[in-house]
Design a protein around this ligand. Structure first.
Ligand code: PEP
Length: 247
């Protein structure tokens, strides 16, 4: 049985003074029955990994190369060395702002895995793609081209994040989320075998909050959430963690 995951993505937010929220989230995660991951800015990774006990420390991106002349970038090895256990790859903000494509995202996921980081691979359609009826084609292409060729539930989490739902307060209907999550599960099973396909957590992301988490997490094949805005404060993230925790 898959253990649910509550993952927070702090994006370019968070200073050392925000450790109060991290400690509250850590304390609240002690007795929950789900994995809690907080993907903080890289500047906070070392301290967070050293000063928390119940949550996983994640980064939000890594370079495709091990090291070298890439000013301003950070490698998977460095993230691991700082204390992270997870890294997000292929977030739509990186796909859009830095033109990251599926093949580069696969390389990032590969190097994350080589460095024993669990990769949270983000996929999802734009509003135009949804309106033109190509959502499942896009998701399939992203899955086929972004995921490493060998994966398991130990190494990979898939996050379905419709681009138009991120940071907008909009969410797809329950039927729309169900359709895509069921589709992703079938694709994972077809491409990697039933056992591996069943072992992989598929998170929903896009304006998840304390009000909609119950309804969304009740959908079959939704194994948790990747949460942006609502993960920034303990007050708004802890209810989501509690809702995702198994009874
Ligand atoms: C995200 O950035 O991954 C995200 C889901 O953001 P939000 O929850 O703010 O929509």
């Amino acid at each position: 049985m898959r253990r649910p995951t509550a993952a927070g993505n702090w994006k370019m937010n968070g200073l050392r003074e925000n450790f109060d929220d991290i400690f509250l989230i850590d304390a609240a995660s002690k007795h929950v029955n789900c994995d809690v991951i907080l993907c903080v800015p890289d500047t906070l990774i070392k301290e967070m990994s050293e000063r928390t006990n119940n949550i996983f420390t994640g980064s939000q991106n890594c370079h495709i190369n091990k090291s070298g002349a890439f000013t301003g970038d950070i490698s998977a090895e460095m993230i691991k060395d700082a204390g992270a256990t997870h890294v997000i790859v292929g977030h739509s903000e990186r796909r859009v702002n830095y033109n990251e494509n599926n093949h580069q995202i696969r390389e990032k996921a590969n190097i994350a895995l080589e460095n024993k980081l669990k990769a949270i691979v983000c996929i999802g359609e734009t509003l135009t793609e949804r309106k033109t009826g190509v959502t499942l084609d896009i998701v399939k292409r992203q899955l086929v081209d972004s995921l490493p060729l060998e994966i398991s539930g130990e190494t990979i989490i898939v996050a379905y994040e419709p681009v138009w739902a991120i940071g907008t307060g909009l969410t797809p209907s329950i039927e729309q989320i169900k359709e895509v999550h069921d589709f992703i599960r079938i694709e994972l099973e077809n491409n990697f075998g039933a056992k591996i396909g069943q072992s992989i957590n598929i998170l929903y992301g896009g304006s998840m909050n304390a009000k909609n988490v119950d309804e969304i997490s009740a959908i079959k094949n939704v194994d948790g959430g990747l949460v942006g805005g609502a993960s920034l404060k303990a007050d708004s993230f802890i209810p989501i963690i509690n809702a995702l925790s198994l009874d």
